[in-house]
Design a protein around this ligand. Structure first.
Ligand code: ADP
Ligand code: MG
Length: 472
């Protein structure tokens, strides 16, 4: 730790103390969060000044700022409060350090040996003003390749290496929930800095179709559509995740179509993901044609072999000892999505750490009982509608009818809520089963029922009862 004399560098004691605290805090964060997090943001963070009880921390880009705020805001504040009780708030901002800031002290602590250091932003992708958040774990290095996803993986690698090359633009990735679409898109973004042309890495904007719509609508409201279009057209790589949610929004589809054409014509790369192929998406015809004319790659349902490799890789990364028998059991039982598979493994590891007990097959059965039961018996939306209609004494056909009377609307919302929690269906799929309702209607219903449950014990018990009968 550098100890500085007062006056030697023209700074006062308070500033020196703050700098020393910052050095300690960064070393602690590095030790706690690991090398990957250190490389992706901690080392880019710079100390700002203390203004009253609020401390400023600077990060060099929009997306890093958002990322740190969202993922580490509370942790940063708590860590600072522990170092310096005078600090009550930490404000994470965009910008460099003020001129008076000392050069970041070299942090020289033992580096934890990570089995596979993810290839994180080094340098970080240029996401400009419109990029969304990128998950630092979603890298090519962390993606396990097997038969079901090798083609999509190869396409993604190719696009990251040489964006906008002929035949790969647009790249359309599709497949079921939790099979790695988002992971591959982020991996492309993290890898782009390596594909430098003329000394400049390509700029990337990643966002979900919902964010795209949201921004577009916001731009219309504030009469800033031109600015929005300019921003979009200023990127080299545009990624839109979960395009199925753009469905039915005519204005935004139209806008996306034009932006899309302008970008492709200007030699920019587009990457799009969806839960179905372009021809199965219910989108405007011209857009569908254009989406399908580049490279279309689907991620197939996982095989047992792939699930085993993924589990082995995740177990190794976490440095937890998980017996092969337990991994095999999980790979057999949890077949729907990698996300659920990962969730189950994480739960076992967290449990083992918490109680300081080794992971065993018997323990796993116990810890994952609820999850496994749900997998043993998959409930269908039809069953849910029938059961709920019966329970509330309404006609089954009203589940899909446009009637909005409370006596049918509330049970319908409950059925949507149960469909969301007991099946693997996506919001648009659920919406379709309820008389072609929009996915936002389903989302609203899920939120509303959750809210009612937290406020009304009787209501919550009713739902729990329905749930138990459905799960058998
Ligand atoms: P999707 O976008 O297709 O719904 P995600 O990309 O969000 O799915 O993947 C869900 C989770 O599963 C993520 O945590 C991701 O890292 C993990 N995952 C999916 N496929 C793989 C894979 N082949 N190797 C490693 N992790 C994977
Ligand atoms: Mg996704």
């Amino acid at each position: 730790m550098a100890v500085m004399d007062k006056g030697a560098d023209g700074r006062d004691d308070a500033t020196n103390r703050l700098a020393a605290q910052w050095d300690r805090l960064r070393a602690r964060l590095q030790a706690e969060l690991g090398e990957a997090e250190y490389r992706s943001w901690i080392r880019h963070a710079a100390l700002g000044g203390l203004d009253g009880d609020e401390l400023a921390i600077f990060l060099p880009s929009h997306f890093l700022r958002d990322w740190v705020r969202a993922q580490h805001g509370p942790r940063l504040t708590a860590a600072w409060q522990a170092e310096n009780p005078a600090i009550r708030r930490v404000d994470v901002r965009i910008g460099g350090a003020p001129a008076t800031d000392p050069p970041p002290a070299p942090i020289d602590i033992a580096k934890p040996a990570l089995p596979a250091t993810p290839r994180t932003a080094d340098p970080a992708p240029r996401t400009g003003e419109i990029g969304g958040l990128l998950d630092p774990r979603f890298t090519f290095a962390n993606f396990v390749v097997g038969k079901p996803n090798e083609f999509a993986y190869a396409c993604a690698r190719r696009v990251a290496e040489r964006p906008a090359s002929h035949g790969f633009n647009p790249l359309f990735l599709y497949g079921g929930v939790g099979l790695g679409k988002t992971h591959l898109m982020h991996a492309i973004a993290w890898d782009l800095p390596a594909s430098v042309t003329n000394g400049v890495a390509p700029a990337v904007a990643y966002m979900s179709a919902e964010q795209f719509m949201h921004r577009f609508i916001g731009a219309i409201r504030s009469q800033a559509t031109l600015e929005f279009k300019d921003q979009l057209r200023g990127v080299d790589v545009l990624m839109i995740d979960d395009l199925q949610f753009l469905v039915g929004k005519d204005g935004t589809q139209e806008e996306f179509f034009h932006t899309f054409n302008a970008l492709v014509d200007a030699g920019k790369q587009i990457v799009v993901s969806a839960d179905k192929s372009p021809s199965d998406l219910s989108i405007e015809g011209r857009l569908r044609t254009r989406l399908g004319c580049g490279m279309v790659a689907d991620l197939h349902a996982t095989t047992f072999e792939l699930r085993m490799s993924i589990l082995e890789s995740k177990a190794a990364l976490s440095q937890a000892k998980v017996p092969a028998k337990v991994l095999e059991f999980l790979a057999h039982k949890i077949t729907s999505s990698v996300r659920e598979l990962e969730g189950a493994l994480n739960r076992l590891i967290a449990h083992a750490n918490l109680f300081d007990r080794p992971i065993t097959l018997e323990g796993a059965l116990d810890v994952l009982a609820d999850l496994l039961r749900a997998h043993d018996r998959r409930v269908t939306i039809d069953e849910i509608q029938r059961k709920v209609a019966e329970h509330y004494n309404m006609r089954l056909s009203d589940m899909a009818s446009p009637r909005r009377a409370r006596s049918v609307a509330r049970p319908r919302q409950i059925a949507m809520y149960l469909a969301k929690h007991l099946t693997n269906r996506s919001l648009p799929e659920i919406g379709r089963k309820f008389g072609n309702r929009d996915h936002t209607t389903v989302l609203h219903a899920v939120g509303r029922v959750g809210e009612l449950m937290s406020r009304d014990v009787g209501f919550a018990e009713d739902i729990a009862l329905l749930r138990r009968t459905l799960e058998g």
